[in-house]
Design a protein around this ligand. Structure first.
Ligand code: ARG
Length: 460
């Protein structure tokens, strides 16, 4: 028999290298709060069901509270040889309360225990992500409101396409982050299921009440199948997927800010506090925050791929492979929450340059669709209108002028349907204003979109 908690049938101690290789204490100690909350709920349930006496339950709960304060005070001595957070806490509890500490693990296994701890942790962290995402949407809405009148070239293929308002462009990102927030809410429904009571894999013969444990930790549901309960990591995978989508959205925004900060665009001036210089080129101001955020997106995708790969092909039920689920999540969590919050901070102070955006509208024939639509509205089949406009663009390009710099006669050369009023239609402001249907870039739909977002923000 060895000194391990599970050492009854072992004659020899673990090799030191094995102890180090198999331990999770170095990282899963981050779950101490959840582990203690889960154990307290379990102890109370054991007391209510009469599996232990109410006094014993009370002793366990008080002992667990003392362990918690020791950990928070920094006086708790973590022991690597105790393998993980669960056994570290249980061992100390037993030192404090004596042999009744050994009753805590009645009708419980580390398999359902770790499942509950991790679910509680993922739940708490996703709530933090949601708060940060809501703040980001709020900042985007605020900046959009400021720039309802600012126009810039909207692109497809990164080529000038049609003028849009900066508000519409920023609110496109607000919509993405709002969906991310909603995706997390959906994911949380599946996170908030207590696996406690599944025990090792088959359930238990003790007359437990898993619903009381779920209630005790604030989860609305309990497991339906004990084998699934101890081997499911879908909730962490979904969380990592949600985090990956958040990072993908952030990295797209980063890419645009990086482009916009290039003097050839000049649409934004990077705040000093969110950029860095070069050690050799004195003029440089680099968008490192955005670049790193774009780069860190890879870490979060990596975490998702890591856990998918860990889970692939695992037979039921718990396998030790699953201990590898935590570090990728912890790393992804640090990355996602820092990235969302830094993006919100940076966007709040990012300086937009409406003049540079306006000047850019003169390059790239962004009003060509206006001319084609103008002709189509006058009865020309759109395909012919498109063709005639293309020819007008070719002429303007050859002459090195804008479409609206061509004379009425020149324009009429492409279609006799053109009149003097075409020059109003070719104005960029008009192009934006005329897109007044819901969801379009016109001032009315943008205002409606903002109002809806504001309403959503107060509801979350
Ligand atoms: N440290 C383990 C983990 O993170 C706890 C569960 C261990 N269970 C077991 N049967 N060895 O997964």
């Amino acid at each position: 028999m060895t000194k391990k908690m599970w050492g009854g049938r072992f004659a020899e101690a673990s090799a030191a290298s094995v102890e180090e290789y198999t331990q999770s204490e170095s990282f899963d100690r981050a779950l101490y709060r959840e582990d203690i909350a889960g154990s307290k709920a379990h102890a109370r349930m054991l007391g209510v069901t009469g599996i232990i006496s109410p006094d014993e339950a009370e002793t366990l709960v008080r002992g667990l509270d003392q362990v918690l304060s020791e950990i928070e005070a920094g006086t708790f001595v973590w022991k690597r040889e105790l393998e993980d957070v669960h056994m570290n806490i249980e061992r100390r509890l037993t030192e404090i309360v004596g042999s009744v500490g050994g009753k805590l693990h009645t009708a419980r296994s580390r398999n359902d225990q770790v499942g509950l701890d991790f679910r509680l942790h993922v739940n708490a962290r996703l709530e933090v992500w949601r708060c940060e995402l809501a703040r980001l949407v709020d900042v985007l809405a605020g900046r959009a409101e400021e720039h309802a009148q600012t126009l810039l070239p909207g692109c497809t293929h990164l080529q000038p396409a049609q003028p849009v308002s900066l508000a519409q462009h920023l609110l496109a990102y607000a919509q993405m982050f709002k969906r991310d927030h909603e995706r997390l809410a959906d994911c949380l429904k599946r996170v908030r299921v207590s696996p406690l009571g599944a025990a090792a894999l088959a359930g238990t013969t003790h007359p437990i009440r898993p619903d009381l444990v779920a209630e005790g930790v604030g989860f609305p549901a309990t497991f339906a199948n004990s084998m699934d309960a101890v081997s499911d990591r879908d909730y962490a995978l979904e969380a990592l997927f949600c985090g990956s989508v958040v990072m993908m959205h952030l990295s797209r925004l980063c890419e645009e800010i990086i482009l916009w900060a290039n003097p050839n665009f000049g649409y934004v001036k990077l705040p000093d506090a969110y950029s860095t210089g070069s050690s050799i080129m004195p003029q440089k101001k680099n968008p490192d925050v955005c670049e790193l955020m774009r780069g860190k997106t890879g870490r979060v995708y990596g975490a998702l791929t890591t856990l998918l790969t860990i889970m692939k092909g695992l037979p039921l039920t718990y396998n030790r492979d699953m201990q590898e689920d935590k570090e990728p999540f912890f790393d992804a969590d640090r990355t996602v929450s820092a990235s969302v919050s830094i993006m919100a901070d940076m966007l709040a102070v990012l300086e937009f340059r409406p003049d540079a955006m306006l000047a850019a509208l003169d390059k790239g024939f962004l009003n060509a669709t206006e001319l084609a639509d103008y002709l189509a509205a006058r009865g020309l089949p759109f395909r012919e209108a498109h063709h005639a406009t293309g020819a007008a663009v070719a002429l303007a390009e050859k002459k090195g002028v804008r479409l609206e710099d061509l004379s009425l006669e020149e324009l009429r050369g492409f279609s006799p349907l053109v009149d003097q009023d075409v020059f109003v239609v070719l104005g960029h402001g008009a192009a934006v204003r005329r897109r007044s249907l819901p969801g379009g870039t016109g001032p009315d739909p943008v205002a409606a979109q903002l109002a809806a977002l504001r309403g959503w923000l107060v509801s979350v």
